[in-house]
Ligand binder design. Structure first.
Ligand code: PLP
Length: 459
């Protein structure tokens, strides 16, 4: 086993195909439904997404080639390093070996450009000139702004108001990459105006911002605008699997076989799936492994919400997706992990939970900040508040390995740096942050928005 604290791959060793887990799942997720309650036909999505991405969304192929032009852009920062958290291991005095895939290495600072570049490229191939999107923490918006700039597309970002106010520096990044970033809800769409009329002081939500971005894309009569989503959908998770495929090669170089435990934080599920799905393949094929998606107690989609059909946006414009959901009317409390405040969970991740392949866990905000601080004071890096939800779980598992006296290998996705999120750290350091577990009353209220929607009848 290697003593190195960072394991690199050569550029020529970058994976040349993405891994699609769909054909390998023991049970297929139920199909998305249209407004008539029947499975949608791919063409019905064509005003929202280009056909080449819709083909990926419904693909049953296990391997999908990554176009050379996309690789050319990814080489700017990929393959990303696999690092060993030796200093944290030492501090915890644990027999566990902790590895992490450093996705903070990309120019915008997270895993998000892995799919942003791919989506911008496929849209450009299809003749699209402009993309609209939403963003929570600003990581996704800045990743799409960066990708659109490199590929010569226009970019409009609806940023959830609370994050727009909490994270002005992310807005600056989007402007540097030439995107138009505005707070959501806004006066620029019908959906936004309606929300503002009813609740002028709303902090906004990803569901509302998605609704605004879709409305703008589908109402462009030139047909040259499409919408781009940063998580949840199959093709987005597909593009992120480059993370896990690289990690597999790097673990081998480090002299490890597969990890015992794989961990990733979940907003819509893309960084978690990107790291874990290539390993989930091995688990489905009989290898023992614990795979843990984590989330905040303030937004407990995987640990407290029902599995149901629901819309992806607050206005009910998207197809109905089968997923764990807090209800599309859910307006999350303003915790600092802005990227983990989405009401639903990717249908593929949801299916894995339903089938008992994934073991979700929820964590309190204060414990996550304590873990982020310990991380910064041992490993040295300042992580994104979202990423701290993986680190807190890693620390729990490393302590458990010590109690059990077992040499476990833990792998997690270091989904982003927190250098644009220092306001949250400042609040934590001055004791202004409190835990917030979603009250049962609030959960019941937001679940009213899925009453009457169809229930998936898969296994
Ligand atoms: C750093 C970081 N990690 C994780 C997430 C969660 O998103 P996803 O579940 O799609 O990976 C986000 C979302 O914005 C993020 O910015």
């Amino acid at each position: 086993m290697s003593d190195d604290v960072k394991i690199f791959l050569n550029e020529e060793d970058i994976p040349k195909q993405w891994y699609n887990i769909v054909p390998d799942l023991p049970n297929q997720p139920p199909p998305p439904l249209g407004p008539d309650g029947k499975p949608i036909k791919p063409e019905m999505l064509s005003k929202v997404f280009p056909m080449n991405l819709i083909e990926q969304e419904v693909s049953q192929e296990r391997w999908i080639d990554i176009p050379e032009e996309i690789l050319e852009i990814l080489y700017r920062w990929r393959p990303t390093p696999l690092r060993r958290a030796r200093y944290l291991e030492k501090y915890l005095d644990t027999p566990a070996r902790i590895y992490y895939k450093d996705e903070s290495f990309s120019p915008p600072g997270s895993h998000k450009p892995n799919t942003a570049v791919a989506q911008a490229w496929y849209n450009k191939e299809f003749g699209i000139k402009k993309l609209t999107t939403e963003t929570g923490a600003g990581q996704w918006g800045s990743a799409l702004a960066f990708s659109c700039k490199l590929l010569g597309l226009g970019c409009k970002v609806y940023m959830v108001r609370i994050s727009f106010d909490q994270k002005p520096l992310r807005k600056n990044m989007m402007q540097i990459w030439d995107a138009n970033c505005i707070p959501s809800p806004s006066n620029e769409t019908k959906v936004g105006r309606e929300v503002l009329e009813k609740t002028p002081d709303t902090p906004g939500s990803l569901g509302i911002a998605i609704a605004e971005a879709i409305e703008e894309a589908i109402s462009d009569e030139s047909g040259e605008t499409r919408y781009s989503l940063g998580s949840v959908l199959n093709h987005v998770l597909l593009h992120q699997t480059i993370i896990g495929l690289e990690a597999k090669k790097q673990l081998k170089i480090a002299g490890e076989s597969n990890p015992d435990i794989v961990i990733g934080c979940c907003g819509g599920g893309s960084n978690f799936a990107g790291l874990s799905f290539p390993f989930l393949y091995d688990k489905i094929n009989g290898q023992e492994m614990t795979i843990i998606p984590t989330e905040p107690t303030a937004c407990p989609t995987m640990t407290r919400a029902p599995y149901s059909y629901d819309f992806g946006d607050s206005a009910g414009q998207t197809p109905l997706l089968a997923m764990y959901t807090l209800g599309h009317s859910f307006v999350p409390p303003p915790i600092h992990a802005g990227g983990l405040r989405y009401h639903g969970m990717a249908p593929l991740v949801s299916q894995g939970i339903k089938d008992g392949l994934l073991e979700p866990r929820s964590l309190d905000q204060v414990k996550c900040y304590e873990s982020a601080l310990l991380w910064a004071r041992t490993e040295g890096y300042i992580c994104a508040p979202e990423t701290s939800h993986a680190i807190a779980c890693v620390i729990d598992e490393a302590k458990k390995a010590k109690e059990e006296g077992k040499e476990k290998v833990i792998l997690f996705n270091y989904s982003g740096h927190g250098l644009m999120d220092l306001a949250g750290y400042e609040k934590f350091l001055s004791n202004e942050l409190v835990d917030f577990s979603l009250p049962e009353e609030d959960l019941k209220k937001s679940l009213k928005s899925i009453e009457g929607l169809p229930k998936p009848n898969n296994k």
